[in-house]
Ligand binder design. Sequence first.
Ligand code: MLT
Ligand code: MN
Ligand code: ZN
Length: 310
Amino acid sequence: MKILVLGSGAGGGFPQWNCNCRLCAGQRQGELSAHARTQSSIAVSADGESWVLLNASPDIGQQIRNHAQLHPRHGLRDTPIKAVVLMDAQIDHVTGLLGMREGPCIDVYATPCVFEDLTTVFPVLSVLEHYCGTHWHMLAVAGTQTSATFTIDGFASLRFTAVAIPGKAPPYSPHRREQTVGDNIALLIEDLDDGRRMFYSPGLAEVGEQELQWMSDADCLLVDGTFWAENEMQHAGLSQKTASDMGHLPQTGNATRIGMVDVMLATAARRKVLIHINNSNPILDEASEQRRVLDGHGIEVAYDGMEITL
Ligand code: MLT
Ligand code: MN
Ligand code: ZN
């Protein structure tokens, strides 16, 4: 299985357009050893020819331009992107669908909650009906059904499992205050040819027994790297919101909650990768103390253009 990181940043990307924090300003001025990052999306392929997008970022145009793997190849109009799987209905994960409107009808895989948000409060899919249209593939993660295995046409050797995870629905969702099964999923992808597995979860609010079980089955983890610390945005004077308010488990834990670093260390995954990095996270600075801690643990920080072959 091939994994291509298109966008490794959280909403806003890095540096964020309106942000003058130490990290954003430092990156812009070339004072930090830190790479710019576009907003959250990855692509997965079995053969390197056809690709499935996991989330569609507002930066999709730039991301496709930057990656030859996703350029048109055959005929006058073409795309190797055959389907899009959505983890949630957040702006940074779905707005890129609008950027695909010039192409063929889009095969979209999502839960009922996400389809609902995207046809009501944030009607991206309804708008697309006036352009390329979408084929809906419902992932049966709702109510008491907390996981669903599925396949995607043209990707016979990949088996996908959508897993309900703790998280937050978007601020505009009627579910924002009351978590509903299907608002947020993680994806476990298994290559049936060699048994290798990848676990993808760019937004993960908490890791309990269940989540740890799914993560332990993976050879490669690509998980929520949004925040280093619970109050990082408050400390930087950027926002009053905490990591928990936004549905993200920070890398550092406390007395009552294990952090993402220790979660990753509790798994046997060969590749442990943080993704969806917010512009406030000190790990963006490659010379930071926090980055040294990750290096010491063999934890990687995803970057745009990162390729992983499992
Ligand atoms: C989040 O995951 O919380 C987002 O990155 C927020 C956003 O897109 O503004
Ligand atoms: Mn996000
Ligand atoms: Zn910033």
